[in-house]
Design a binder for this molecule. Structure first.
Ligand SMILES: [Fe+2]
Length: 149
């Protein structure tokens, strides 16, 4: 899977994290054919851990900007984390889950980025502008225009 420009939501820190998840998905794709369970386990663990910390980061950000749909966005994350952990458990029980997991992740991530995540972009951006404007009032008028001239 290659990163496509249309996957960018325009918030750099989030875009970078999404790219990192895609790298992990690609690592899983590479390693899954090997059947080497130790290596698969390593990638699975990294991928699941990273995805969870990305979700926490995102939820924190959305909390700071008082995103009104945060509860449902968090619900989507929680459900997905539960599915990931189910897969991890099955893997631990000796099943080979890597093909199903690869399919799920590659579809889910792109869909989530392009729909659910895209929905909060305006709220985050508005809030940043609001924040910068309030800083401008504190610091003097020319400060704000330096960023948006
Ligand atoms: Fe999200």
């Amino acid at each position: 899977m290659k990163w496509n420009e249309s996957y960018n939501i325009g918030i750099e820190v989030i875009d970078n994290q999404h790219r990192q998840i895609l790298d992990y998905i690609n690592a899983l794709e590479k390693i899954r054919v090997s059947g080497d369970r130790n290596q698969i386990k390593e990638v699975l663990d990294d991928l699941i851990d990273y995805t969870q910390s990305h979700f926490s980061f995102e939820e924190n950000l959305l909390e700071q900007v008082s995103y009104q749909y945060l509860p449902s966005h968090r619900g989507i994350h929680d459900l997905f984390v539960k599915r990931l952990n189910d897969y991890r458990q099955k893997f631990d029980l000796g099943e080979s889950v890597e093909n199903d997991l690869y399919r799920l992740l590659s579809k889910w991530l792109i869909n989530h980025i392009q729909h659910d995540d895209q929905d909060y972009v305006d709220a985050v951006r508005d809030n940043m502008l609001h924040y910068l404007r309030s800083q401008e009032q504190k610091k003097g008028k020319s400060w704000f225009s330096r960023f948006f001239s």
